[in-house]
Write a protein that binds this ligand. Structure first.
Ligand code: MN
Length: 752
């Protein structure tokens, strides 16, 4: 769906019929243009009128009016800005390529490539979908500016197009209406303001305000009407008094009082949290003089006659605003003790204040004659526009980029592209990981690498404006949990968290399933998913995976599952992996542990080694290596810890039989992995003794992780060494080699 000028059935065609006016006729269009531009190309205008009328044919607008009325009204708005033939013709043609059978080639042929380019630029902008997300707005805004960069007249037609659509917005369905009004307030009105087109901005804002906040708009309009009625005389008095005074002092001028716009009043009330009654400057007066010197002369006269309000004086003549606005502002306690805000300016300044960049756009080569008044440099607003567009194509980002207003929302963004040219807007600091998730969650989850602008780049590099990013993905990947702290977008962070959480959950569920199946085996019952499923209500879980994950995390005992399936059985069932009576005391308890190890062949959980994210780890002080007889201790919510059965640390779990798990080494799976072990040595203190120890370990393929040294007596050093080895045989071989050296008094395994 597109903007308000699309073709649809009128929703409330009865509304505001008075706003309609008869469609402008061909000669009227020509006359309007000729009134300010006698040299206008009459034939060109006529050709455009006829061409667009035929192209749009019987198309209707949402209002029920012939569609052709819309481009004509857009052209009419631009004649008020006194724009050149090409702009007017482009306005008449602006919807033909998109909405009719017309083509760029045909328009080039009939109207020349310059007008063709203008219409083409407008067509490109028109294709932008209406969107509510800020990121998409950024994308649209960028495309808008890029199109405008070709020719600023594209922007003028676009703004006039938007203005006419806003004027007829009440025919559009409500939801779409709000979106259009919001976009107008967010983008087009500030852009018009930034281009110095104050009249355009005021009207766009007021129309958007009316549709977005109808109640606030009605309230302010009513209050303004009341105030205007009450102070009608005062306005006239001030106008007359100021004008008379200035003329007496030899400063010819015009003075015009005016009411502030509803939206700017509303914004002020919001910003300053004040009520309508507290507003002091609902009225402003414009003093239009002939020459720049007259501005200062008028200022002196006004200040001499009426006291000025401190802090309100601003000289935008010596320091123009960024949008070329020039005027002197002051507030005085004027006739009848009324506060009056005065804007003093020349005619030229007034024209620029009202029409902004449009005042410069007429006849690019005749800029001086139009602008006059000593403003010979290129319009500041146009410079700003060109700079802004340059920013979007370069990496630079000066602070003044998109100052004011909600356009700041694009300040912190980078715009990147997929290899197919799709634009992805991201916050500054975003990485290719963010990019991948912005394209598609699946792409983010399976990303393994990337290319930026054709070259390989790290996934964690910071993206810049204009980067083309290609994500290299591999199926079946899941994102490392560490990515969560490397991304800047919420979408990526949430997706990574979800993916890692579900990966960990899968591991717990896998572990839990093994624990439950083993509990069934020990109770001599055949395990079946259906049995557990049938018991889900009793277990207060919604799925079998929930049950397994709870058991794997140690939040639910495998016995509880068994009890739920076989309520009568539980008395006989032994806690999973609990030490049989006497076995712990009989340590090293060869019979007891051997018996369990033997049983482990049936139901024991195979342990392969330390894997990333696996909820399995090894005893903190001493570890465990294949060949050790091992036992698992379930840590509720934190996986299992593997201890060698002889580890003294196991004494701490003596009274918690539910936490004991039968585990065994998965010999195949453990092959090629290293496991942690700790050894304790005592060496004789002589030069090079430590070097001997470390080189023996290294020569025998042991990896040292950590060494702690203590000197209990002047002649000896105690060493505690953490290392990783392939298995128990490997560890024992290292210990034998160490013991064989004269410098080593003692070498043994901790936990061994
Ligand atoms: Mn249009």
């Amino acid at each position: 769906m597109r903007e308000g000028d699309n073709i649809s059935i009128p929703m409330n065609a009865v509304a505001i019929a008075s706003e309609r006016r008869p469609m402008m006729r061909q000669f009227e269009l020509v006359e309007r243009v000729k009134s300010y531009n006698p040299d206008a190309d009459e034939a060109l205008l006529n050709r455009a009128y006829v061409y667009a009328m035929q192209a749009h044919g019987a198309q209707k607008r949402a209002s029920g009016d012939p569609f052709f009325a819309h481009p004509l009204e857009v052209a009419a708005i631009l004649t008020e800005l006194k724009l050149d033939d090409a702009t007017i013709v482009a306005a008449v043609l602006h919807d033909t390529i998109e909405d009719t059978a017309a083509t760029r080639e045909e328009i080039d042929h009939l109207f020349g490539p310059k007008i063709g380019a203008l219409v083409d630029g407008l067509t490109k902008i028109k294709k932008l979908d209406f969107v509510s997300t800020k990121a998409k707005q950024g994308e649209n805004f960028r495309k808008l500016l890029l199109a405008v960069a070709q020719d600023v007249r594209v922007l003028l037609v676009k703004l006039a197009d938007r203005l006419h659509n806003m004027r007829t917005l009440h025919y559009v369905p409500e939801e779409k209406r709000k979106r259009i009004a919001e976009e107008t307030l967010d983008i087009y009105a500030p852009l018009a303001g930034r281009m110095g087109m104050q009249g355009m901005r005021d009207e766009l804002e007021d129309l958007a305000f009316r549709h977005l906040l109808p109640e606030a708009h009605a309230m302010i309009s009513r209050r303004l009407a009341e105030v205007t009625e009450r102070s009608g005389k005062i306005i006239q008095t001030i106008e007359r008094d100021v004008m008379t005074l200035l003329r007496e002092r030899g400063v010819p001028c015009e003075v015009k009082g005016r009411r502030k716009q509803g939206y700017s009043i509303w914004r002020k009330m919001e910003r300053k949290s004040i009520s309508f009654e507290q507003l002091s400057d609902i009225f402003g007066f414009r003093v239009i003089v002939e020459r720049v010197e007259d501005c200062y002369l008028a200022l002196g006269v006004v200040h001499t006659r009426w006291p000025m309000v401190p802090g309100r004086f601003k000289d935008y003549i010596s320091t123009p605003k960024q949008n070329d606005y020039r005027s002197i502002h002051t507030t005085v306690i004027g006739p009848g003790s009324q506060r009056a805000e005065l804007q003093i300016r020349t005619r030229t300044m007034h024209r620029i204040a009202e029409y902004g960049i449009a005042a410069h756009a007429l006849y690019k080569d005749g800029l001086d004659s139009v602008v006059g008044g000593g403003l010979e440099q290129e319009s500041l607003a146009y410079q700003w526009l060109k700079r802004t567009v340059a920013l979007l194509t370069e990496e630079d980002n000066p602070d003044e980029f998109l100052e004011h207003t909600k356009l700041e929302l694009f300040h912190d963004q980078v715009f990147c592209f997929t290899p197919k040219g799709r634009l992805i807007a991201l916050p500054r600091g975003a990485t290719p990981i963010d990019f991948a998730y912005a394209v598609h969650t699946g792409l983010g989850n399976s990303a393994v690498g990337c290319k930026v602008n054709g070259g390989t780049a790290p996934l964690i590099s910071e993206l810049s404006n204009g980067d083309e990013v290609e994500i290299i993905s591999a199926p079946g990947q899941s994102p490392p949990a560490a990515w969560e702290s490397l991304v800047v977008t919420g979408k990526a962070r949430a997706a990574i968290r979800r993916a890692t959480r579900s990966a960990v959950r899968r591991q717990y569920a896998g572990l839990g399933r093994q624990i439950v199946e083993r509990a069934f085996t020990r109770a001599d019952k055949a395990y079946a998913d259906e049995k557990v499923k049938a018991s889900l209500p009793r277990l207060a879980r919604s799925s079998i995976e929930d049950v397994f994950a709870a058991v794997g995390r140690g939040e639910m005992a495998s016995n509880d599952v068994l009890k739920a399936v076989y309520p009568g059985l539980i008395a006989e069932a032994k806690p999973a992996g609990a030490p049989e009576s006497g076995s712990r005391q009989a340590r090293p308890a060869k019979t007891g542990t051997a018996k369990r190890a033997g049983k482990g062949g049936v139901g024991a959980i195979p342990i392969t080694g330390l894997e990333e994210d696996l909820p399995v780890r090894f005893a903190p002080d001493g570890g465990a290596v294949p060949g050790d007889r091992i036992v698992g201790i379930l840590n509720p919510g934190d996986g299992i810890t593997i201890y060698p059965i002889q580890s003294p640390a196991l004494a701490a779990f003596e009274n918690e039989p539910d936490r004991w798990l039968d585990v065994r080494w998965d010999v195949e799976g453990a092959r090629g992995r290293r496991f942690p072990a700790r050894i304790a040595l005592q060496s004789v203190n002589e030069p090079g003794s430590l070097a001997q120890v470390t080189s023996i370990i290294a020569e025998h393929d042991g990896n040292i992780d950590n060494i702690e040294m203590r000197r209990p007596a002047p002649d000896f050093t105690d060493l505690t060494i953490d290392l990783t080895v392939w298995d128990l045989k490997h560890l024992n071989a290292i210990l034998s080699q160490l013991r064989a050296r004269p410098v080593i008094n003692r070498a043994e395994r901790v936990n061994g």
